[in-house]
Design a protein around this ligand. Structure first.
Ligand code: UD1
Ligand code: CA
Length: 467
């Protein structure tokens, strides 16, 4: 593939979003709509990206830097004088090495990467005088779109905008999705020849297509899924597009052997391996990876989390930036916070919160606990109600529990603290001193039983109450 730069048009106001945020930064499936387009371009082999922005493009620039680094930059179009003008504004940002430019719109997030890839390869095997290629599509209702005009031999000769079209031209159902591939030297001169002689008084990029047809050929690359070309202008369309994209992702996964129940939502960029199961209401976000045989049960929300083979996440658990080991079990109602590492076969049960804690192989904390900044040794057992007191109001401190240790229920471990291997912490102990290997730590008042005291107490209380 020749060296290719994508020029992505995104300077439109997006007024119908009724938002302070640039239209193309509104998200679907966990990613700005613009990024879906850019990802499709990069997947198609494009080398770098120029995004044309209007005023207030700083937020767009910041989002590009965060995700694409030096591969992406913005070009400013300060007045929206038309799509041809928008492309002109990008040209000074297109490097001298770029042989080909791919032109896309930033508000068509459903575009399929395989169609963009077809467009990217459109010059393969074509004569040298083919200067431009474009996607085309037949749609049931072409109203508003530019129509593809072909000659008697079926060659594309021009695009007619809806507002400039005759009745006969408006009857054409083959439309211009506004995605093109153009050779850069031709593009640079063609842009200088545009004029605003049209119904909208704009510089139409579509007039470049007629110039290419005159010079040699404009190659049509047909796309069959019209739904993949829709542009987003308001939040109703945004919602519809998101539903469509979730449905597409779920279907792709099912084809590859993942069970995805109807209401599970898998965001862009998430990886789910064959033979994993995603139950209803599961939401997978960010860079989450769910490996083969893992079962994510109803309503669990996993963000940037790796779930290893055969692990089970029981209903309504939440995990962020963490790892859940092979065969481990988390939930129901667990909260696994960033930098937790739940080891192989380990168990984290209901109302247990972990944060920056390693739970080693086979260790268990099955009920009601806060485990922050800890390291829990292999096979250790942490009883119900255990709290790692990790914070002194200024700094966080570490709790280390040796392998095979047993922490009795309702204990507080005041960090920094170390519990030795195989040690025993008696129920209800507040541990403030390290516990040696194999020792028993007990720190609570001795129990005293006063025989017959209960009925005497009741009688006294009853007399005092007047009942
Ligand atoms: C354009 C095409 C039309 C095509 C349709 C597909 C032209 C003249 N027409 O029409 O043939 O069927 O897209 O949706 O190109 N933009 C800028 N700066 C501008 C104008 C537009 O950045 O000055 C951006 C918009 O933000 C948008 C894209 O270009 O992302 C398309 O612009 P839009 O106004 O939607 O073009 P249409 O008139 O719909
Ligand atoms: Ca449009």
């Amino acid at each position: 593939m020749p060296r290719t730069t994508a020029i992505v048009l995104a300077a439109g106001q997006g007024t119908r979003m009724k938002s302070k945020r640039a239209k193309v930064l509104h998200e679907l499936c966990g990613r700005p709509m613009l990024h879906h387009v850019l990802d499709a371009a990069l997947a198609a082999g494009v080398d770098d990206l120029v995004v044309v922005v209007g005023h207030g493009g700083d937020a767009v620039a910041a989002s590009l830097t965060a995700r694409y680094g030096a591969k992406a930059r913005t070009a400013l179009q300060d007045k929206q004088l038309g799509t041809g003008h928008a492309v002109s504004c990008a040209m000074s940002s297109v490097g001298d090495q770029a042989e080909v430019a791919m032109i896309l719109c930033g508000d068509t997030p459903l575009v399929r990467s395989e169609d963009v890839a077809k467009l990217a390869r459109a010059f393969d095997g074509q004569p040298a005088d083919a200067e431009l290629a474009l996607l085309t599509c037949r749609v049931p209702d072409p109203t508003g779109y530019g129509r593809i005009l072909r000659d008697a031999a079926g060659r594309v000769v021009a695009i007619r905008e809806h507002k400039d079209a005759t009745e006969a031209e408006r009857a054409i159902d083959e439309i211009n999705p506004a995605m093109y591939l153009v050779k850069v030297p031709f593009l640079r001169t063609a842009l200088t020849r545009l004029s605003p002689n049209n119904a909208q008084g704009e510089l139409y990029f579509t007039d470049v297509v007629a110039q290419a047809a005159e010079r040699g050929a404009a190659i049509a690359v047909p796309v069959s899924d019209a739904g993949s070309l829709v542009g987003i202008n308001d939040r109703i369309q945004l919602e519809a597009a998101e539903q469509a994209l979730y449905a597409r992702t779920a279907e792709d996964l099912r084809r590859r052997g993942v069970t995805v129940r109807g209401s599970a939502r898998v965001d862009a960029g998430v990886v789910v391996e064959p033979d994993a199961i995603l139950e209803h209401g599961v939401v997978l976000r960010g860079s989450t990876i769910v490996k083969s045989g893992a079962h994510i049960d109803v309503g669990s929300v996993l963000t940037d989390t790796v779930v290893e083979e055969d692990a089970r996440v029981l209903p309504y658990s939440v995990s962020s930036r963490s790892r859940i080991g092979r065969g481990a079990q988390v939930g129901p109602f667990s909260h696994v916070r960033p930098d937790s590492d739940i080891g192989e076969q380990a168990h984290i049960g209901n109302f247990v919160e972990t944060k920056k804690t390693v739970v080693r192989k086979g260790a268990k904390a099955n009920h009601l606990a806060y485990l922050g900044d800890g390291d829990i040794g292999e096979g250790a057992n942490v009883g119900a109600g255990t709290i790692f007191c990790n914070y002194d109001g200024f700094r966080k401190h570490k709790t280390e529990i040796g392998p095979g240790a047993f922490i009795g229920s309702d204990s507080q471990l005041v960090a920094p603290i170390k519990i030795g291997a195989g040690a025993y912490v008696a129920t209800g102990t507040t541990v403030t001193k390290d516990v040696p290997d194999d020792a028993l730590a007990i720190a609570r008042q001795k129990q005293e039983n006063k025989e017959g005291y209960a009925s005497r107490l009741r009688a006294r209380l009853k007399a005092g109450s007047g009942k």
